[in-house]
Design a protein around this ligand. Structure first.
Ligand SMILES: [Zn+2]
Length: 111
């Protein structure tokens, strides 16, 4: 069953094949400020439509996208290397309930 999501203003829409069973709560310098809960999917299983702006920092491995209108963080994807996955901000998925999934703490405080 496809799970849908969108940013606050609705300009960016996300479609993934299934609801996440776990999400990452990362403490890197960016995630601490953005408070994303990240769900991972193979890129070919994800559809993101609408305009996004990518923020690139640090080792420049990934683009961290947000909606230019409402500012919601939407997803990250690779800038070249094949990770076999991309990250979706699970907070944007319809019906997402953080208390109903496993939240894994990722310790990336050095980044
Ligand atoms: Zn928006």
């Amino acid at each position: 069953m496809d799970i849908h999501g969108s940013c606050h203003c609705g300009a960016v829409r996300i479609e993934v094949p299934a609801a996440p069973t776990w999400v990452a709560d990362c403490n890197c310098s960016l995630c601490r400020k953005l408070a994303w809960r990240v769900a991972y999917y193979p890129p070919e299983q994800v559809r993101v439509t609408g305009p996004t702006t990518a923020y690139v920092w640090g080792d420049r491995m990934i683009g961290i996208h947000h909606c230019p209108t409402c500012g919601c963080g939407t997803h990250w994807d690779t800038l070249g290397e094949d990770f076999g996955k991309m990250g979706i901000n699970a907070r944007l998925l319809d019906g997402f309930d953080e208390s109903a999934v496993e939240v894994r703490k990722f310790d990336n405080a050095a980044d």
